[in-house]
Structures are given as structure tokens and as C-alpha cells.
Ligand binder design. Structure first.
Ligand code: LLP
Length: 437
């Protein structure tokens, strides 16, 4: 496992994060435990701002909290001056409970309910990214009811195929998201929006996918967005002042993943976008980006206790931990690859190849196939790195397994930000069928 952020090996051969030893963390908080390196989160957020320095380019960076939504992370995003991208009533509520200013929040979603739109309007969010025809009429209805107006961005499926896992590409033409660019839907949508006085169309939005390693897809999307901006100006006299190019920058889950540092990748996106707008002969709008994964993935490490072992002679050795697809479903869903270490035996020389299994009743409940690790014993700590994005966010209670606790570490101090679920939490929503049970 390669070390990122403040992760270090102590002289005693232990993994420490944020200046706190992992053995100390699990003694205090138990396992499985998701540990976030607060300094790394903040530096990733700052890295997004970095390339704008020295460029006269109005911009907004929003944290897409679908990657990891919690009150604490919303508060950090606020402190760092970011905006927030929310996609549901739950994410909006979390942001509100964090005290996040509504005028820096915008809402996404391909099927926002009336209740969610009402909540967003009541909260006074800055913008709504309108995804489809139904939403145009639903949102204007809600706004009329509240006698309010709303800045909106039009989500466009730009017909760009980002080279990533097919379940997480979103920009291609055949996608459930946004208005199709090639069949006149964008013009139709603009026409409808212009008749609704409550809707103020201020810009365009495109998101081409997730875990993207190069700027080619962003270049293609920026060119299409620039052309569309010109087209809408000519046809409808629209002066669009915002362009949101979505999120999607990839992260290094394993040493084999080649990803330039965020600041360099973002500088590349800025270059191609500026060039696209210069080519189209239009002023660069305020540029928005809404990263999720690249802000939080590398900052997260999951700590598990090693438990049982099954050795199948000449086939494979399984080592099981006390979590699995319930706290990290990404191998099961996407075939994602992770790296791990035995956090209390970092200097151990005796190694073996083992596959790391979870504890769910399902063969697909695996965390890593064929990991080369120090020989471990039950009770050792297995640390899986780069688990900060779409892990806790997608955690489940399958097999009625409680979701882990989450701590933020910084400068030798650990703070609990989400407590571990208890057995009582697991039955909290149940209503007994037999009243005397
Ligand atoms: N904006 C929009 C409209 C999105 O749909 C997404 C991610 C983002 C921004 C943030 O993208 P990011 O910077 O995190 O790549 N569960 C999958 C990833 C799903 C991505 C969903 N949308 C996974 O674990 O890989």
C-alpha cells in the first residue's frame, strides 16, 4: 500500500494517520472504522482553487457530497470556501444541519420530487440544475406556489464518452441524465423555460463521468458547451453566464493508477475550456466544477480486524475481516481495486498472498483479490486505503450489519464525526408484528 497525505509508518512499525496510531484508533473507536485525514481533505479542496490563481477566471468549486455526506464534511467544505452540490432531500438536510449557507448550495438529480424541490426553494438554494422536461414544469409550479424565482442550469448530455467504467459514465448520448444535445431537446427546453417567468436560465451543465484520468473528455465537453452557448445566443438571444463542467477527476486507488495531481489536472481543464470558448468567440462564463471522489477518496482509510482464515491447498487463501461489502461495495459493484496493509505489522518481512473477504453471506463479498501482505493473525488490523469516496456513502445494513464509525484525524487528535450504529439502531425502524414480543 502506498502512503498518501499524513499516513506514516511509526518507528515501531505501525501505520499512523494524522499523527494518531491506528492501534490507538481502534482501541478507542472499534472496528470497522473509517478514518479521514482532515489535512488531506483540506489540501485537496485547496488544490482545486490553486490553478485559478493568476487567471482572471470567475469560478466556483462545489463539493459533490454524494461521495461522502456528513455534517462534518459539509462544515469543512464551508470553512474552505467551497459550494455544495446536493442531490436529495437527505443531502440538503445534512447541509442545513451543518449550517451550510443555502446561497452556496445547488441541487442536482434526474428525478427530483416535488417535496425535494419545495425543500430547495424554501431553503433558498442558489441554483437548481434542471435535468428534464418534467422538471421544468414541476419546478415552475413549485416556484409559482411560493411566489419565488430560481436560477437554473440546464443539464446537457454532451454525447461525450469518458473512458471509465460503464456504470459511472454519464455524458454519453444514451444516458438517463440531462437533455439530449443531438435531437433538438435543448432548444425545446430553452423555449419552454423562456415562457416560465419563475425560471432564470443562467447557464449550462455537463458531467461526463467519474474516475477520469485525462482531459480529453473535458475538452470535448467544453467544445460542445461553447458551441451550444453560441447557438443559444444566436437563436434565443440568451446570454449565459455560468458553465458547470461537473466532477469526475480520478484518484489513485492503487499504485498502477496514473493520475496527475489535482492542481495540474484542473489547470488542464481550464486550458481546454478557455481554448474552446476562445475558438467559439464567446466570453468565458463563470466556471463551476463539482468534484466528489477526488476531494475525499484518498483521505479515507478503513481499519478492520482480521478474523478467520480459509486455506484451500494450491488454490487460494482467504482472510476475512469484520466488514466487507456493507461498508465497501465497490469491488462487488465495479470490480474496483484496492490496496491494503497490516497496520500493526508495517515492517514485517514475512509476506503471503491472500484474498481479503468480508463477513457477508455472499461469495461476491470481497475487498481485494490476491493482495501481497505480511502474514497476519486474528486480531491484527487490516487497513484498506483510499476508501473515502462512495464507501460510507453507499454502505448498507445487509445481513443486519451495523455501519462503521467515522473519525477525522488531524495533528495527533481524533474526532468522532459519525458514531457506530448499534444493534438498537438496526431495529429502530421496526414495528413488531406481535405486540408482546
Ligand atoms: N456531478 C454529478 C452530476 C455527478 O453525477 C457526480 C457523480 C459528480 C458530480 C461527482 O463526481 P466525482 O468527482 O465524484 O467523480 N458510486 C460510483 C461513482 C458514482 C458517481 C456519481 N456521480 C463509484 O463508487 O465509483
Amino acid at each position: 500500500m502506498f502512503l498518501q497525505g499524513t499516513s506514516r509508518i511509526t518507528p515501531g512499525g505501525e501505520l499512523s494517520i494524522g499523527g494518531v496510531n491506528t492501534t490507538e484508533l481502534i482501541e478507542r473507536f472499534g472496528t470497522p472504522l473509517i478514518v479521514y485525514d482532515e489535512e488531506l481533505i483540506r489540501s485537496q479542496m485547496r488544490a482545486y482553487m490553486e490553478p485559478f490563481k493568476g487567471r482572471n477566471m470567475p469560478h466556483r468549486i462545489a463539493y459533490a457530497c454524494k461521495a461522502f455526506s456528513a455534517i462534518a464534511i459539509c462544515q469543512i467544505a464551508q470553512q474552505e470556501g467551497l459550494w455544495l452540490d446536493v442531490v436529495s432531500a437527505g443531502e440538503l438536510y445534512t447541509a442545513q444541519r451543518a449550517g451550510f449557507p443555502a446561497d452556496r448550495i445547488f441541487m442536482h438529480g434526474n428525478n427530483k420530487t416535488r417535496e425535494e424541490l419545495e425543500m430547495a426553494v424554501r431553503a433558498g438554494v442558489a441554483m437548481i440544475v434542471v435535468d428534464n422536461f418534467y422538471e421544468i414544469s414541476l419546478l415552475s409550479d413549485v416556484l409559482n406556489e411560493y411566489d419565488a424565482t430560481m436560477d437554473i442550469l440546464l443539464r446537457i448530455a454532451p454525447g461525450v464518452d469518458a473512458h471509465t467504467h460503464e456504470y459511472i459514465t454519464t455524458g454519453q448520448q444514451d444516458s438517463k441524465f440531462g437533455f439530449d444535445l443531438f435531437s433538438g431537446q435543448v432548444d425545446q427546453a430553452v423555449d419552454l423555460i423562456q415562457r416560465e417567468h419563475a425560471l432564470r436560465l443562467v447557464g449550462l451543465h455537463s458531467h461526463i463521468g467519474s474516475q477520469i484520468f485525462d482531459v480529453d473528455g473535458f475538452r470535448a465537453a467544453a467544445l460542445r458547451m461553447a458551441d451550444t452557448t453560441v447557438h443559444l445566443k444566436t437563436k434565443f438571444g440568451l446570454a449565459l453566464s455560468v458553465l458547470n463542467l461537473g466532477g469526475g477527476l480520478g484518484v489513485r486507488y492503487t499504485q498502477a493508477d496514473m493520475m496527475p495531481p489535482i492542481a495540474k489536472a484542473v489547470a488542464g481543464i481550464l486550458d481546454v475550456t478557455e481554448a474552446a470558448f476562445a475558438k467559439a468567440g464567446v466570453t468565458m462564463p463563470t466556471l463551476m466544477l463539482e468534484p466528489g471522489r477526488s476531494i475525499v477518496a484518498a483521505a479515507g482509510t478503513t481499519l478492520y480486524r482480521v478474523g478467520s482464515r480459509k486455506q484451500i491447498p494450491e488454490v487460494r487463501t482467504y482472510v476475512a475481516v469484520d466488514g466487507g461489502m456493507t461498508d465497501n461495495p465497490r469491488l462487488a459493484l465495479y470490480g474496483a481495486k484496492y490496496e491494503a496493509c497490516i497496520a500493526n505489522r508495517m515492517l514485517s518481512v514475512e509476506q503471503e498472498t491472500v484474498s481479503i473477504a468480508g463477513k457477508c453471506c455472499e461469495s461476491g463479498d470481497m475487498l481485494i483479490w490476491d493482495a501481497v501482505l505480511p502474514v497476519s493473525q486474528p486480531g491484527d488490523i487490516l487497513a484498506v486505503s483510499c476508501t473515502g469516496a462512495y464507501n460510507y456513502a453507499m454502505a448498507s445494513n445487509y445481513n443486519r450489519i451495523a455501519r462503521p464509525a467515522v473519525v477525522f484525524v488531524h495533528n495527533g487528535t481524533a474526532r468522532l464525526v459519525i458514531r457506530r450504529e448499534t444493534l438498537n439502531d438496526l431495529v429502530a425502524l421496526d414495528i413488531p408484528f406481535l405486540q408482546d414480543a
